[in-house]
Every structure is written in C-alpha cells, then in structure tokens.
Ligand binder design. Structure first.
Ligand code: NAI
Length: 327
C-alpha cells in the first residue's frame, strides 16, 4: 500500500462538500490504491462546525479502507498543513441585493487568507483546484497570495462546463459521450465561457461536419452550456452540487493520474498563448501525464472564436482589475 497523501477540502460541510468527500475517501479521485488523509476546513460558526462534525461521523461510519485519517478545523493553517491536494470549495455566496463587485471583494478576503496559508504550510507540490465562485479570479487571488509556490499549481474548475458541453454534444450528434475527443471550453467559469467543438471528433469523425449547423452552435449549444448553472437552480431550487463534485473529482483525478492523451479543460494561469495575457486563469485544453498538465498548442482561432474568447477574457480582466488593489 502507498503512503497516505493529504487532501484538504474547504467548505466541507456544504452541499458540494457532501457530494465530494465520500468519493475522495472511497478512492475515486486518486485511485483505489492511494490512502488519503482528509483535512477539512469550515467556518468557525457553531452551526458550520457542528455540520462538519456530522459529516466526519458519517465518513467514519463508511469505514472506508483508504481513509487513513481525518482532521476537521476552522484554521486554514491546520487544514493546509503539508497538503498534497487542496480543493477550495468554500466561498461567500451572493446574498440578496449584493453587487458582483462586493461578491468579488468578499471572496478576495477568503482567497488571500487561504493563498497565504497554502504558501506557509502546504506541500511545495500541492495541487490546488478552486471551485468556489468566482472560481477563476479566486484561483488568481490565491496564486498571487502564494508567491513561494509554483503558479502552475493553481487551477480553476472549468470541468463542469466541459462535461456539460460533452453531454449536449453527444445528444445532438447521437454519439456516446465516451467517444467524444478534443472538446474545449475557453475562458471564465461564467456564462461568458466559450464551449468550442470545432476540433471535436467521435471515433475520428468531425462532429462539426456531422452536425453541420452553425445556427445550433451559436444559438443553442453555446447559450445552453453557458446558462446551465442557472437552469439547474431554476429546476432544483439549489445550485448544482453532485455534478460539481463529480467535475472536481474528474479534474483532480486527471491531473494526478493522467488523461492518456485525451484533451480536458482546466482553468490554468496563462503562459501568454492564444492571446491571453500571462497569469490570467483561463480555461484551455490540456492533456495530463505524470502529475503535470500540458497545454494543447497552436489550435487555429477563427474570427467567431476570437470574438468569444475576447469577451470572456474581458470579463476576467475586469475581475482582476477589481481586486488588483488588494494584491
Ligand atoms: P454551500 O453554501 O452549500 O457550501 C459552502 C460551504 O463553504 C458552507 O458550508 C460554508 O460554511 C463554507 N465556507 C464559506 N466560506 C468559507 C471559508 N472562508 N472557509 C471555509 N469554509 C467556508 O455551497 P456549495 O453548493 O457547496 O458551493 C460552493 C461553491 O462552489 C460556491 O461558491 C458555488 O458558487 C461554487 N460552484 C462552482 C462551480 C464550478 O463549476 N466552478 C459549480 C458549482 C458551484
């Protein structure tokens, strides 16, 4: 059996936390031969800590063979101590009448504190996934607050958007989801994101050619994927949790264990390619191997795509400008 690794999860008593922790502990994220120690962070509020205690009791009651230990805390320095993986799920939700700007600033405080704590105590190789919204900018803030850790270790979750796009595409093209390769979701995890199926294939057949419907792309596919989060809230009365946790598992599993050449979307700090300014956390296609992600390079960008990629970039630049004075 391998030595246990430490997995920190924030917002552990929230709805995504509840859909996530049990799957990590059962080995779905890092493999059935990898023991894990869960280090769970929640707000110091009595109710949050009590709920976290309840989640830990349930984890205990599962008697997971791979669960080598558990810590529940309200102190980021405890939660992130020696963490090999950190899933930053907890965030300040948008309250009634709250402006986008205020939401950004409230979350900036959280991700500055957590970035600093990661910088201070986490493993130097920690892989960080930010799920809490606004995910890309929160990841950017945490990265900037952790100057001693490699910037490439900070990522934001675009995988839910990627998975949503896969299912929409599979349904339209009448192909199994598992056959689809080479899909991309560019940009911000927000309705401005650009799901791009120009390179997508199923068993080597171009899905763009098979579907051959630019109107569907512009007026159905892109808006359906972009507004899917709102549609789930409308239907369920709560935001997506199981699918978000599933996407977080997919993101971390692929990063840690590799994708066998398959493209997946990750929000990663830009290296300046595709006209995205360096450092901005932007959804791009990557492949993963040996615990590292590598960008898919030199894809042609047509006028339609450029326009959409620039729109989602403009939103990210605006978010970055909104928090610049804090960093
Ligand atoms: P939730 O409200 O059910 O749970 C969030 C938990 O985080 C709460 O228990 C809260 O006490 C805790 N929390 C808040 N601030 C914290 C802090 N500073 N430190 C530690 N814990 C803290 O929310 P849910 O549904 O679990 O969603 C979590 C976040 O994930 C939200 O920001 C949501 O918008 C985002 N999200 C992101 C998606 C993506 O694709 N990137 C998809 C779906 C949700």
């Amino acid at each position: 059996m391998k030595a246990p690794v430490r997995v920190a999860v924030t917002g552990a008593a929230g709805q995504i936390g509840y859909a996530l922790l049990f799957r990590i502990a059962s080995g779905e994220m890092l493999g059935k031969d990898q023991p894990v120690i869960l280090q769970m962070l929640e707000l110091p509020l009595e109710k949050a800590q009590a709920a976290l205690k309840g989640v830990m009791m349930e984890l205990e009651d599962c008697a997971f063979p791979l669960l080598a230990g558990m810590i529940g805390t309200s102190d980021p320095l405890v939660a992130f101590k020696d963490a090999d993986y950190a899933l930053l799920v907890g965030a300040r939700p948008r309250g009634p009448g709250m402006e986008r700007k205020d939401l950004l600033l409230e979350n900036a405080k959280i991700f500055i504190e957590q970035g600093k704590a990661l910088n201070q105590v986490a493993s130097r190789d920690v892989k960080v996934l930010v799920v809490g919204n606004p995910a890309n900018t929160n990841a950017y803030i945490a990265m900037k607050s952790a100057p001693d850790l490699p910037a490439k270790n900070f990522t934001a979750m675009l995988r839910l958007d990627h998975n949503r796009a896969l299912s929409q595409l599979a349904a339209k093209a009448g192909v199994p989801v598992a056959d689809i390769e080479n899909l991309v979701v560019w940009g911000n995890h927000s309705p401005t994101m650009y799901p791009d199926y120009r390179f997508a294939t199923a068993k080597g057949v171009s899905l763009k050619d098979k579907i051959n419907d630019p109107d569907w792309n512009a007026n159905v596919f892109i808006p359906t994927v972009g507004k899917r989060g709102a549609a789930i809230i409308e239907a369920r009365g709560l935001s997506s949790a199981a699918s978000a946790a599933n996407a977080a598992i997919d993101h971390m599993r692929d990063w840690a264990l590799g994708t066998n050449g398959k493209w997946v979307t990750m929000g990663v700090p830009s290296d300046g390619s595709y006209g995205i300014p360096e450092g901005i956390i932007y959804g791009v296609p990557v492949t993963c191997a040996n615990g590292e992600y590598t960008r898919v390079r030199d894809l042609p960008i047509d006028e339609f795509s450029r326009e959409r990629m620039d729109k989602t970039l403009a939103e990210l630049e605006e978010e970055r400008a909104g928090v610049a004075h804090l960093l």
